[in-house]
Design a protein around this ligand. Structure first.
Ligand code: ADP
Length: 483
């Protein structure tokens, strides 16, 4: 028995084959081209996305001799594809979540922003799907709109995998479109009216753990049932076994993504977080708060590529460990503005607190600390919004290999930071969902027993010292925003 998880991300597609003990049997990865037609615009070729899914999935099935029991899909969210259901061709490139081309379009709907936020939990922003769909409808030559279908990447892949049989999505992906009412859990007529989007375009919304049809278009996988669909962050939350209210995960990749399960509580954040749908223990929708940090591990890449004071990301750990403190040096890596909870789109980065004794080690340490402080700020926003202090933080992403960063994170948060063995939580979440639905696993208790922690970092810094660090960070942020 094995589960195939297809993780279609922004930079590429990874297919991962899991066995019934939750271990990776094999994986396969292909990059996808990033298309930048103009400044601030980002596109993908939907046909190329599909090809990378076929290539990676076929490579894996060739490598594995056993049967694939079921497939789970997880995907980059918000990215929009519109295709013609008679020809099967996309009518233009996918507009990627990062694309800012609809800033002007958003201005058209500002009077409705409060209504939109109340229904969707999201701010009116080009990031989400609705204005991207509107843009496509206004800039494409359309003969018969009835022939068109819209989907986020999951829907496109489902449609392709099932040979055009299934046009569906799941709650977590739908909750990122600005068209879906997350209180009533349905496509919302008011929102569709505001953005002037016909409902004939929309996919059917199902549970993340559900029946999404069977594969028709890939010979090697013909007949295999697709049993799960979830947006990448929600899939990672599930893969990290954050099934119940108050549990929270943080992904330390290029940026950082923190998500907290808030159970059946729809909470409108007063601290710059998004409200969204996640997945509970029964595979049904529950609420979550989400905060994104634009520059996480990317500040370490910047030290390596632009400043040249480290040779590779891993050596930042030893270098930071060579000094006993940050000596008052702080980096605020607002290279692309500051995200949650500050939300200053125009902020620029800064290094503050330099003295004659400051050296390269302090700068490297300050860069790593900045990842932990930003995550602390989002964590604090979650605690403030929910009134719940999580017992621990569970982590994944490339930068969790850095022991200094993880220990410093535990010290700042004052709660344990748990790092599991398998930090591929995104694909693991899709595999867990598909495996539960197809009977590979019986319960979330069983999933918990499959997850093994590699290391737990316990908070060890005394309170007084911690406050000095945090005050220094807050001062640095204030200076940065003032400048
Ligand atoms: P993404 O999925 O966003 O591409 P990954 O999860 O692969 O990101 O993580 C890559 C990021 O993690 C890079 O920004 C890199 O600088 C950072 N990183 C990787 N290893 C380390 C390390 N040992 N210490 C600090 N940062 C690291």
């Amino acid at each position: 028995m094995s589960i195939l998880a297809i993780d279609q991300g922004t930079t590429g597609t990874r297919s991962v084959l899991y066995d019934s003990s939750g271990k990776i049997i094999a994986d396969s990865y292909r990059e996808i081209n990033q298309i930048y037609p103009q400044e601030g615009w980002v596109e993908h070729d939907p046909v190329e996305i599909w090809k990378t899914v076929v290539d990676t999935a076929v490579e894996l099935t060739a490598a594995c001799r056993g049967e694939v029991t079921a497939i789970g899909i997880t995907n980059q969210r918000e990215t929009v594809i519109v295709w013609d259901k008679t020809t099967g061709h996309p009518i233009c490139n996918a507009i990627v979540w990062q694309c800012r081309r609809t800033i002007g379009l958003c201005a058209r709907y500002v009077d409705e922003a409060e209504m939109i936020a109340e229904k969707t939990g999201l701010p009116l922003d080009p990031y989400f799907s609705a204005t991207k769909i509107r843009w496509i409808l206004e800039h494409s030559s359309i003969e018969n709109i009835e022939n068109l279908l819209f989907g986020t990447v999951d829907s496109w892949l489902l449609w392709k995998l099932t040979g055009g049989e299934v046009h569906a999505t799941d709650y977590t992906n739908a909750s990122r479109t600005l068209l879906y009412n997350i209180r009533e859990k349905k496509w919302d007529d008011d929102l569709l009216n505001v953005f002037d989007i016909p409902c004939s375009l929309l996919p059917d919304v199902r549970n993340p753990m559900d029946d999404f049809g069977t594969v028709e278009s890939i010979g090697e996988l013909r007949g295999v049932p697709i049993r799960a669909v979830a947006g990448d962050q929600q899939s990672a939350l599930f893969g990290q076994c954050c099934f119940t209210e108050g549990e929270v995960k943080n992904t330390y990749g290029t940026g950082c993504f923190m998500v907290m399960n808030t159970g059946d509580r729809f909470i409108r954040s007063k601290n710059g977080l998004l409200t969204t749908l996640a997945i509970d223990a029964a595979g049904k929708p529950c609420y979550a708060l989400e905060g994104s940090i634009f520059i996480g591990g990317a500040v370490i890449q910047w030290l390596r590529d632009e400043i040249g004071i480290i040779g590779n990301a891993a050596e930042s750990e030893a270098i930071a460990g060579e000094v006993a403190s940050n000596a008052g040096v702080y980096i605020v890596p607002a290279f692309t503005g500051l995200g949650a909870p500050h939300w200053h789109a125009d902020a620029k980065g800064s290094i503050v607190g330099l003295t004659r004794g400051a050296n390269k080690r302090h700068i490297v340490r300050a860069a790593l600390e900045s990842i932990a402080y930003q995550s602390y700020d989002v964590f604090l926003a979650m605690v403030t919004d929910t009134g719940v202090t999580p017992q621990s933080l569970i982590v994944d992403g490339g930068a969790v290999e850095n022991g200094f960063l993880m220990q410093f994170q535990a010290d700042m948060l004052g709660v344990a930071v748990h790092k599991p063995h398998n930090t591929e939580s995104t694909s693991l979440g899709a595999a867990f969902l598909a495996g539960l639905k197809s009977g590979v696993w019986d319960s979330t208790e069983e999933l918990l027993s499959l997850r093994h922690l590699q290391h737990s970092y316990e908070p060890a810094m005394d309170e007084e010292r911690k406050l000095v660090y945090l005050e220094g960070w807050n001062r640095a942020v204030r200076q940065t925003l003032a400048g």
